[in-house]
Design a protein around this ligand. Structure first.
Ligand SMILES: *[C@@H]1O[C@H](CO)[C@@H](O)[C@H](O)[C@H]1NC(C)=O
Ligand SMILES: *[C@@H]1O[C@H](CO)[C@@H](O)[C@H](O)[C@H]1NC(C)=O
Ligand SMILES: *[C@@H]1O[C@H](CO)[C@@H](O)[C@H](O)[C@H]1NC(C)=O
Ligand SMILES: [Zn+2]
Ligand SMILES: [Zn+2]
Length: 480
């Protein structure tokens, strides 16, 4: 406790650098065939069913203008989101936008040409909205099957030539912010997807989808497209140059806290990822992912000490069969000189209200520090927050649970989530997925026994000493 008070004092004494902002958007899942009059039982497409043509017209289940919890995004939703980003731009300015994939719908009936055109229209919309910023995209698991070099030509105005070179070949790149000492690494996590679960099980509701991770990249070696060697080398050189690194990608390591069955990274790649993060934790300023469509985070430990964090932003699309959420947008606040993440504000759209009013009013949902009563964004504080999920007499889990589905109405959220009981098994499942980013230890964790053990254990003095040394070093470096 004393140490923490001391650290807070020490850090607040130091002059703060310039403040900047960046948006993180993810999982748009644009469906050009969405129709507001479409049938929610058929992906909100305006298609005639056999019953329709047979003359018996059942009462149509009409989808709504801005989307439906059972379908992918209509253009109207995406336009409203981008408009909200433009009109809520903070005064100090937005430095860039992270866009972490699943741009296009998963519906496999969509031709490749239509998917490419969808990608082009989304790119145009973002380019016009953010005409003086760069958008840094990453490929999502639904963007597989699109040709890297065709996508590269859509994104060439955002990526410098070295970045374009690696992207065209393999779908990953890095951007160096030369004047500012931070670097963005955009990974192609499709190269590390599990070929068995590479087909998202939600897709099979409609049609079998053949676009698996492995078949799309045709590289089953230990290091598909040399991404590991490249990643390691970029991190090593960043360490040497004392750069802060943001790791950006689509599919994060670990498991989905809502256990939707969506695709995971292959075990071996998951492990290797964690090893690299452990090794380079001192220069990693943040890890930004999407894919789960939910608002959640992960802690990475090294020898029991929390050393790094991952933030998952919720999706713009509301629809994931059985696991819906309200549409979300996230605005990060950071120190531009050091790359230190200071806070974020989560924005959201109350979808039912928007459809009912015929107007989309995006609102602030919460800000990280004040919502969870945190002093600073760091792995230790987030570890403490996760610990509060499984304590009685703490509102942290009910707050997290409401944010997890982006303030989804209770009756919708409870149908597939915790039900009425916001504690016990459900809280434990979330806590395990947040603190166990390796599938093996996660499975152990959700067994009751491990749960009891972990609850009895608290950080050691050695841990606090290590924390002190690391923080003091950071402060020293920053103040130079
Ligand atoms: C989705 O469609 C169903 C069926 O018409 C409707 O009852 C529901 O309110 C819609 N959801 C939203 C968020 O508008
Ligand atoms: C893309 O935009 C063009 C021009 O507005 C439009 O004609 C076309 O239908 C759009 N295609 C898709 C897939 O959104
Ligand atoms: C991708 O597109 C480029 C240019 O249109 C073409 O030359 C290349 O053969 C395509 N690659 C694949 C794998 O289809
Ligand atoms: Zn997605
Ligand atoms: Zn995905």
């Amino acid at each position: 406790m004393m140490i923490r008070v001391y650290l807070v004092l020490l850090c607040s004494c130091m002059a703060r650098g310039k403040i900047g902002y960046f948006w993180h958007i993810t999982d748009i899942h644009y469906d050009p065939k969405y129709s507001s009059q479409g049938n929610t039982d058929s992906m909100c497409w305006n298609i005639r069913t056999d019953i329709d043509t047979g003359g018996i017209r059942p009462a149509r289940r009409v989808a709504g203008i801005f989307g439906n919890y059972t379908c992918d995004s209509p253009w109207a939703l995406i336009e409203s989101a981008v408009h909200a980003m433009k009109s809520n731009r903070p005064e100090e300015g937005t430095e860039f936008v992270l866009w972490t994939g699943d741009a296009v719908t998963h519906n496999s009936e969509m031709s490749e040409e239509l998917r490419l055109q969808s990608m082009k229209n989304l790119t145009d919309l973002l380019s016009h909205t953010f005409s003086s910023q760069f958008v840094f995209p990453a490929l999502g698991h639904e963007d597989i099957g699109l040709n890297f070099s065709q996508i590269a030509s859509l994104w060439k105005h955002w990526l410098p030539s070295e970045a374009l070179q690696t992207f065209e070949k393999s779908g990953y790149y890095t951007i160096e912010q030369k004047l500012k000492k931070y670097r963005i690494i955009s990974l192609n996590t499709n190269l590390w997807l599990n070929p068995v679960t590479g087909v998202d099980n939600r897709v099979s509701q409609h049609h079998q989808n053949q676009r698996t991770g492995a078949s799309a990249v045709n590289d089953n070696t230990d290091d598909p497209h040399g991404q590991w060697e490249w990643f390691d080398q970029i991190l090593a050189s960043a360490l040497e140059k004392k750069e802060k690194v943001y790791i950006v990608g689509h599919t994060p390591p670990g498991v989905d806290e809502r256990a939707s069955g969506a695709s995971l990274l292959q075990d071996s790649h998951n492990r290797r990822y964690l090893q690299l993060v452990q090794r380079y934790a001192s220069i990693i300023g943040g890890q930004f992912y999407g894919h789960w469509h939910s608002d959640t985070f992960r802690i990475i430990y090294h020898e029991g000490v929390p050393v790094s964090w991952i933030m998952m932003a919720p999706s713009i699309t509301p629809g994931r069969p059985n696991f819906p959420n309200n549409p979300g947008l996230r605005l990060y606040k950071f120190e531009t000189t050091s790359g230190k993440i200071l806070d974020y504000t989560q924005w959201y759209l109350d979808l039912q209200e928007a459809n009912a009013k015929g107007r989309a009013s995006w609102q602030e949902e919460y800000s990280l520090l004040s919502y969870y009563d945190l002093k600073d964004v760091n792995a230790m504080n987030l570890h403490d927050l996760a610990g509060r999920f499984i304590k009685t007499n703490d509102n942290a889990f009910s707050r997290y649970y409401a944010a997890n589905t982006v303030f989804l109405p209770r009756e919708v959220a409870h149908r597939t989530g915790c039900g009425g009981a916001l504690s016990g098994t459900c809280a434990r499942q979330h806590w395990c997925s947040v603190t166990r980013v390796n599938p093996g230890p996660y499975s152990d964790c959700i067994s009751l026994n491990a749960f009891a053990l972990a609850e009895a254990c608290s950080p050691t003095p050695r841990f606090y000493i290590a924390l002190h040394v690391v923080s003091a070093l950071c402060c020293l470096l920053l103040s130079r």
